[in-house]
Design a protein around this ligand. Structure first.
Ligand SMILES: [Zn+2]
Length: 133
């Protein structure tokens, strides 16, 4: 793996950005799971089978759970980014191995790809799978 090109000051800054993003993610996870629970609380079990309010509650519950799962994925990506940051493998594109510009890492510290590869991956609808090398 590539050795990090960042100074200790920048590594500390990126670590702080990842920590802050993890804190926001944890708060979002708590809020989404609370939303999911509150949606279920709206469910009237006695006439849940054919009731528009119950349908809405179930839909809101499912949406909140889906958002929470997506958020969990983001949390895992942030954890992985912190690991890469401290294992010297951070900041190089996993598809083309080019350095990822610092401005991109500051904005999206969990990113695994340079902007060019990220756009290619998104165009192909494979956001989580790097391009073949
Ligand atoms: Zn790339």
């Amino acid at each position: 793996m590539t050795t990090t090109r960042f100074s200790p000051v920048v590594v500390r800054e990126l670590d702080r950005r990842i920590t802050e993003a993890l804190e926001r993610s944890a708060a979002r996870s708590t809020a989404l799971r609370a939303d999911a629970g509150q949606a279920l609380d709206q469910l009237d079990v006695s006439d849940a089978l054919d009731d528009e309010a119950s349908d809405t509650a179930v839909a809101l519950h499912i949406e909140a759970i889906a958002l929470a799962v997506s958020n969990d994925h983001g949390t895992a990506e942030l954890d992985a980014a912190r690991h890469r940051l401290h294992s010297q493998s951070y900041g190089s594109c996993e598809a083309c191995e080019a350095p990822i510009v610092l401005a991109r890492l500051r904005t999206l510290p969990e990113t695994r790809w340079c902007l060019r590869c990220s756009q290619s991956i998104e165009v192909q609808g494979r956001r989580l799978t790097p391009l073949a090398t």
